[in-house]
Design a protein around this ligand. Structure first.
Ligand code: SAM
Length: 228
């Protein structure tokens, strides 16, 4: 399967069954135990990123691109904390849900701004570019291209999360049914941290902070890299 097929499948998934599933996981309604575990893990990832950004004490001065924003789990709290947020996602359903949540939380439609756009076609320039839990849908070569493109949009900093290849494949198989594709257990791609670091470095970035979120069914390595 080529990367274009991956993208089409991912888009269709997040506009249909994936939308219903992830909207619930990224919400606060009742879910099953596995979904609850993933919700908890994902929230930890989001909280880690927010803690990093807040620790710098300059959030209200930052322009942030949230690439693959989903239902706005990161974009909305960042906007609440004063950042100027440009959020986009390949799935129109996810973006529609994110807009509604933003309106409910913030009571305005100006910040974050939301767009239905795949991250490969994003342009512009942002202080910080963030892309959480998106690379899992793409093989390494495609992920390399995506990371390079995101680097080109980042004036100062990029923050990425991905499922690292070192973690037990058994966990992945358990969460496999949460991902799109005919063979569900093969639809989630793991990435070697060394490969991700290499591509960041080749784009002129150096790792500053890193963290790992690990629950029973969710695992995500978070890297912050700044421009040299
Ligand atoms: N980043 C969000 C978060 O952490 O809450 C959402 C994570 S969700 C697992 C993955 C999201 O990536 C989905 O909303 C999906 O539509 C989006 N996505 C997948 N491929 C994309 C692409 N090529 N460009 C933009 N968004 C993409």
């Amino acid at each position: 399967m080529n990367a274009a097929d991956d993208k089409t499948i991912v888009r269709e998934y997040f506009n249909s069954t994936g939308f219903d599933r992830w909207k619930r996981i990224y919400g606060d309604g009742e879910v099953n135990k596995v979904q609850l575990d993933i919700r908890t893990g994902h929230q930890q990832t989001v909280d880690t990123v927010i803690d990093w950004l807040k620790a710098d004490n300059n959030l209200s001065k930052l322009s942030i691109c949230d690439a693959g924003c989903g239902v706005g789990s990161l974009s909305i709290p960042l906007a609440v904390d004063g950042a100027k947020v440009y959020a986009s996602d390949i799935s129109e359903k996810m973006v529609e849900e994110a807009k509604q949540r933003a309106l409910q939380t913030l009571g305005n439609a100006e910040n974050p701004t939301f767009a239905v756009q795949d991250l490969e076609s994003l342009s512009g320039s942002y202080h910080t570019v963030i892309c959480l839990d998106v690379l899992i849908h793409y093989p390494q070569q495609k992920a390399d291209e995506m990371i390079s493109h995101l680097c080109s949009l980042a004036q100062s900093r990029i923050i990425l999360s991905f499922a690292p290849k070192t973690c037990a494949l058994t966990i992945l198989k358990k969460i496999g049914s949460f991902f799109p594709g005919p063979s569900k257990t093969t639809r989630a791609y793991l990435h070697r941290q060394a490969d991700v670091v290499k591509i960041l470095e080749s784009n002129g970035f150096s790792i500053q902070r890193q963290s790992m979120t690990k629950t029973r069914f969710y695992f995500s390595r978070i890297l912050e890299a700044t421009r040299n």
